[in-house]
Design a protein around this ligand. Structure first.
Ligand SMILES: [Mg+2]
Length: 238
């Protein structure tokens, strides 16, 4: 599949999704989750006395009805939650701590499609501001851009939006909130995403939208009414 370039007019600010748009959706499941899971035991051994980690242990104990659970029990429980894809707070918090440490030490770098870095670098050089809107937390987004395969790219990013500060990605009101927060009228905003229902919501809020339809991504199937590209370098800001 090779899709043509798409030209957009009057864009004053680009807002990009992460998974499936700038980055492989599979990276979180194939790389980040296993990375954290392999380190649960070591992390608890090394940081068990610190308040943040002690609180995680307490929360795990609370969930399974065990007071002061031993380390093996905590590790087994957390690992089982990963297998079951449970989005449970102590698990998410611990993964966040392990990933933050790994990003800061350079043990882990985030994932970007090469064309995404090229395109965003070009927009930045053109003087077009870029913001991020992803279901990952603002902290995770900042780490993602601070530790790219090509180094710290946070200088490109004006603002970060997640479901906490903007709202759900498939609701029109979230895009109105982002437009207001950025102080940019909707018709001058371009949203890049792989998920058509997100583009529906942005479009309903009056934004320009472009669909990233990348080979191998889970949302690449099915047609839509929106302009679509298979690489971000095919997005031309006139
Ligand atoms: Mg996405």
């Amino acid at each position: 599949m090779t899709l043509a370039e798409q030209t957009f007019y009057g864009v004053k600010h680009v807002v990009v999704d992460i998974e499936g748009t700038t980055s492989r959706s599979s990276f979180v499941f194939d790389v980040m989750f296993p990375y954290a899971t392999e380190r649960f035991a070591d992390w608890l051994a090394e940081h068990g006395d610190e308040p943040a980690t002690a609180a995680i242990v307490d929360q795990v104990g609370h969930e399974i009805g065990v007071v002061a659970p031993d380390r093996d029990t905590v590790v087994e429980t957390l690992t089982e939650w990963v297998r079951a894809d449970r989005k449970i707070t102590p698990l998410k918090t611990l993964q966040g701590l392990i990933w933050e440490d790994a990003f800061s030490s350079g043990a882990l770098v985030s994932d970007f499609y090469p064309d995404a870095l090229v395109a965003m670098g070009a927009w930045h050089s053109q003087g077009v501001p870029i913001s991020v809107y992803s279901s990952g937390s603002v902290l995770a987004q900042r780490n993602w851009y601070a530790h790219t395969p090509e180094g710290d790219r946070t200088v490109w990013i004006t603002d970060y939006f997640d479901t906490a500060n903007a709202g759900p990605k498939r609701e029109e009101s979230s895009y109105r909130a982002i437009s207001a927060a950025l102080g940019v009228a909707p018709e001058h905003l371009l949203f890049c995403s792989d998920v058509v229902t997100e583009l529906d919501a942005a479009s309903a809020a009056g934004w320009q939208v472009v669909r990233l339809r990348r080979a191998g991504e889970p949302h690449a199937e099915g047609d839509s009414a929106y302009p679509e590209v298979d690489e971000m370098t095919a997005i031309i800001l006139a």
